[in-house]
Structure formats: C-alpha cells, structure tokens
Design a protein around this ligand. Structure first.
Ligand code: ZN
Length: 179
C-alpha cells in the first residue's frame, strides 16, 4: 500500500516535470508493476494507461533512476502476430536493448541476472527519439540517472500474455493495496 501510494506520487510528479498531462484524479489510476520480483527499485515500472481497447493502446511509462524493465516480448495470439509497439522518449535518457551486436556500454544488466537479459544491443534514447518494435521482438530497457518517461503506442496490449526471459516472472504483477 505504501509502495503503491508513494510510487503513484513519484510518477505523478515526474509526469508533471516531463510535461505529460495528467489530472489529479487520475493519479490513483497509475499502476506500479514489480513483475513479482519484489525488487521494485531495481526492476519495475510505473504505468498510466490513457487508452487500451481491443484494437490499440496508448500508455505513459515512468522508470525511476536506473530502474529496469525486464526482458520480454509480445507473443503471437491467434491471428494477431503480436503487439506492434512504438516507444517515444519524453524525459530523461532511456537505454533500450534489442537483439544484435553487443554494444552495451552505458547501461548495465542487473547484477546476477546475466542469463535472463540476453539482448545486448544498446540504443541510447533521448527525448524526441522513438523506435518501433516488430511483433515478437525481444527487448528490455533502463532509465538513466534522472529517471525516464516514455510514451508507448501499440496495437492491442495483452500484458498478461507477455513472455519474459526470467522464469521467476510468472506474469505481470501489480503492487496492489494488499501487498
Ligand atoms: Zn514491450
């Protein structure tokens, strides 16, 4: 509960600083995800869903300084080849990792997690930079020292079906009022 409230407050404030418009009454709609790993400061994210329908989704995400979103992909579901997603950085520096040549230099793999962070091709993104992921493409990302805010625009998001490289992640887990 305290983590949820303090996470919502922190996210609301960085959104304001980043120029992401959000109303006071929307603050409690901000979700805090720790992916069931219980190390939210290291691996986790703050998420505000502006719209999510069965055709498209638009969300704003915030990562605390050096916070990492674990490696994952958006799998095929029936006729849908998987979520196609465009990321646009709004605030701070974002280190983004996809498969390819190992150019990891500025960010870091969370200590002890080398096996479950396989993408090492680093893309350094600043506000205004954007990239589009193909369906099914593995990726993970990490905020720089000042935290980071980004928009994601995508086809239908089915977060509970996302695949994660780390077997300790069973599903998307939100920190709820109960725990
Ligand atoms: Zn993703």
């Amino acid at each position: 509960m305290r983590q949820l409230r303090s996470g919502q407050k922190w996210c609301y404030e960085i959104f304001k600083r980043a120029g992401v418009p959000i109303r006071e009454d929307e603050r409690e709609k901000i979700e805090i995800a720790d992916f069931g790993l219980n190390e939210f400061e290291k691996q986790g994210m703050h998420l505000f869903t502006m719209i999510a329908t069965n055709r498209y989704a638009a969300k704003a995400l915030a990562l605390a300084p050096l916070q990492t979103e674990p490696e994952h992909w958006h799998p095929r579901v029936d006729d849908d080849p998987g979520k196609q997603e465009t990321i646009r950085v709004v605030y701070g520096t974002l280190y983004f990792y996809i498969p390819g040549e190992d150019t990891l230099k500025n960010g870091f793999v969370p200590p002890g997690r080398e096996k479950v962070f396989t993408c090492r091709h680093e893309i350094v993104m600043k506000p205004g930079d954007q990239l589009t992921l193909e369906p099914g493409q593995k990726h993970w990302f990490q905020a720089g020292q000042e935290g980071s805010v980004l928009y994601t625009f995508s086809s239908t998001a089915r977060d509970v079906l996302d695949g994660f490289t780390d077997p300790e992640i069973k599903r998307v887990t939100d920190v709820t009022e109960d725990g």
